[in-house]
Design a protein around this ligand. Structure first.
Ligand code: FUB
Length: 322
């Protein structure tokens, strides 16, 4: 299996990928050495800016670094930790959605706007109303745009139930339904939620019941991504503490989705994260690992390989150690 490191000269992670104007654009997190020790809160992922990359030949062509497009110091409400972002285009404007802790150390989702896919992106003065947690990923479906978001542990999703902060942040017991990712339609101006976020329910194909919180090999943890293939909606994500990329298939953007399998076994490093995109007739998996940094989990490298489907629409499973 051929794989490619896309930015060998720097540490980039958490890819989001879209095709704009016939060219493929990559929006990663920009890893760096931090003063923080590694912990379950993810303090060691202390990123401060974003770069944008683009190419017209995924496996072999030049990958252009468009430079720094947004810096944490330019975001009026900033605290720390710029994590996984995504970008959507509407009516010739480009909207970047980014998770960032505010000055109370609470993750919110902000928006920054550009005239071109390669930025620079100008941030709005405030985060999106009602936003929380991390890892926004955008699906354009017809005229509508949907944001998928959320992440456990350092991603703070366990602080919320029914879109409200709770007094005693906690995970669910193993036998309860797993805490789900969220999906929300965006407003016409792309700057706010158009509705209350809804849970992304993943059903066990054997029982028809939602996956349980103790099902660590299959339940959602972080790194939501959504793509469409043959009219079906593929919701993919990381299982976090079991380090797998898994996916579930549904008939509409809100789900429910039926668990369909693991698509990438664990990589070198604690986190695993993905984007799936079609370009020039081929499908690709964009992800990261820590091989180039000898397993330093907060110094991740952006990677790509081709992705293929079985005749029944399931994704051919790939080995993360390749
Ligand atoms: O980059 C920080 C966090 O690590 C991301 O938000 C998660 O998805 C994980 O990749």
């Amino acid at each position: 299996m051929k794989t490619r490191y896309l930015v060998p000269g720097d540490y980039m992670a958490d890819p989001s990928v879209h095709v704009f104007n016939g060219r493929l654009y990559i929006y990663p997190s920009h890893d760096r050495q931090s003063i923080y020790e590694e912990n379950d809160n993810g303090d060691h992922f202390d990123m401060k800016d974003y770069h944008v990359f683009s190419t017209d030949d995924v496996m072999d062509g030049e990958v252009v670094d468009h430079g720094k497009v947004l810096d944490v110091d330019d975001i009026p409400w900033h605290g720390r930790q710029l994590w996984d972002c995504d970008v959507a285009e509407k009516d010739g404007k480009y909207f970047m959605y980014f998770p960032l802790k505010d000055q109370n150390d609470i993750f919110r989702i902000g928006v920054a706007v550009a005239d071109r896919p390669e930025g620079p992106f100008i941030p709005l003065p405030d985060p999106m109303h009602g936003s929380y947690s991390i890892d926004p990923a955008i699906l354009k479906d017809g005229d509508d745009y949907y944001m998928y978001f959320g992440g456990l542990w350092g991603g703070q999703l366990q602080r919320y139930r029914d879109n409200k902060a709770i007094e005693d942040p906690h995970l669910e017991p193993d036998s309860a339904d797993a805490l789900p990712s969220r999906v929300v339609r965006l407003s016409d101006d792309m700057l706010q939620f158009a509705e209350e976020p809804r849970p992304v329910i993943i059903l066990d194909p054997a029982t028809g019941e939602p996956l349980k919180a103790g099902d660590n090999e299959r339940r959602f943890f972080e790194a939501s991504w959504m793509h469409k293939y043959n009219g079906k909606y593929y919701f993919s994500y990381s299982t976090g503490d079991t380090h797998r990329l898994c996916y579930a298939i549904g008939d509409n953007p809100y789900g429910p989705f039926t668990y369909a399998g693991c698509l990438l076994t664990p990589v070198v490093g604690w986190t695993t994260h993905l984007a799936i995109a079609e370009y020039k007739g081929k499908w690709y998996l964009f992800y990261h690992d820590c091989k180039p940094s000898d397993g330093t989990t907060w110094l991740r490298s952006l990677k790509v390989r081709e992705l293929t489907y079985n005749p029944d629409g399931t994704i051919v499973m790939m080995d993360g150690m390749d």
